[in-house]
Design a protein around this ligand. Structure first.
Ligand code: FMN
Length: 222
């Protein structure tokens, strides 16, 4: 065997080892639970959003394949004016939310409908991040008056397309939401919403797993 053949063989072995390592890494990741960030989109004083959020969290926490984090627009308290030099406390708040979004494999946005759209505070939180969203799936749970927040969701799909996300087809939607929960936050007729949540979570999980596996082999955009 010539030395040229030898080095070609070593290179091939090194490549095979690197591929095997990458594949093993991807396989190891594939078994890890997916990190889902639930984003509460309303920051209105007296908001109904936490009732919907708690209902959703109770559904997500039944899944052993998911670990959940909550990003609450009300608690994030992000300024609406963009500044290149934010004050230290604002910088800290921005960094905290950015880290949460970055760490997530998938998102569920809980949004009410305001004037046929979604809340301004939610848009502010979305617009302050870019790479953190990319190549991840986004699902929607919406609520409102007669529309159940469906128009807010359709607008959010346009926004999230710009951020290189995949939006999940099926949603959970609560029309006249407040009439369907008791004072303890229990849904009065849970079978329908529970079934819809299962479909949503199954679709979100499929996309999150597929995209995480794909990114382990080839980083997005490369
Ligand atoms: C400013 C404003 C605008 C609204 N516009 C709509 C609307 O266009 N369609 C709808 O179905 N409900 C509408 N609603 C009803 C809300 O979606 C509903 O009250 C919901 O519970 C609000 O969410 P929150 O309590 O978490 O803020 C509106 C409510 C507010 C405060």
């Amino acid at each position: 065997m010539t030395s040229a053949t030898n080095s070609a063989t070593s290179a091939a072995t090194a490549t095979a080892t690197a591929t095997a390592t990458a594949t093993a890494g991807a396989a190891a990741d594939a078994t890890a639970p997916l990190r889902v960030a639930v984003i509460l989109g309303s920051d209105r004083h007296g908001r109904f959003g936490p009732v919907i959020g708690d209902w959703l969290l109770s559904r997500v926490r039944t899944r052993e394949d998911l670990v959940v984090d909550v990003v609450d627009v009300a608690e994030a308290e992000l300024p609406t004016a963009f500044s290149p030099h934010p004050e230290p406390d604002v910088r800290d708040r921005l960094a905290r939310v950015a880290a949460q979004i970055d760490a997530a494999d998938a998102f569920i946005v809980v949004t009410p409908e305001y004037n046929h759209s979604f809340p301004a505070g939610l848009k502010n939180l979305i617009d302050r991040h870019r790479a953190e969203w990319q190549a991840k799936p986004v699902a929607f749970v919406s609520y409102g008056g007669i529309s159940g927040g469906l128009r807010a969701v359709e607008q959010l799909r346009q926004v999230f397309a710009e951020l290189h996300t995949v939006t999940v087809r099926d949603t959970v939607s609560f029309h006249s939401a407040q009439a369907h929960f008791d004072d303890e936050g229990n849904h009065l007729d849970p079978a329908g919403p529970d079934a819809a949540a299962k479909v949503l979570l199954d679709q979100l999980t499929w996309w999150a797993r597929a995209l995480r596996d794909a990114k382990a082999v080839r980083p997005y955009g490369s």
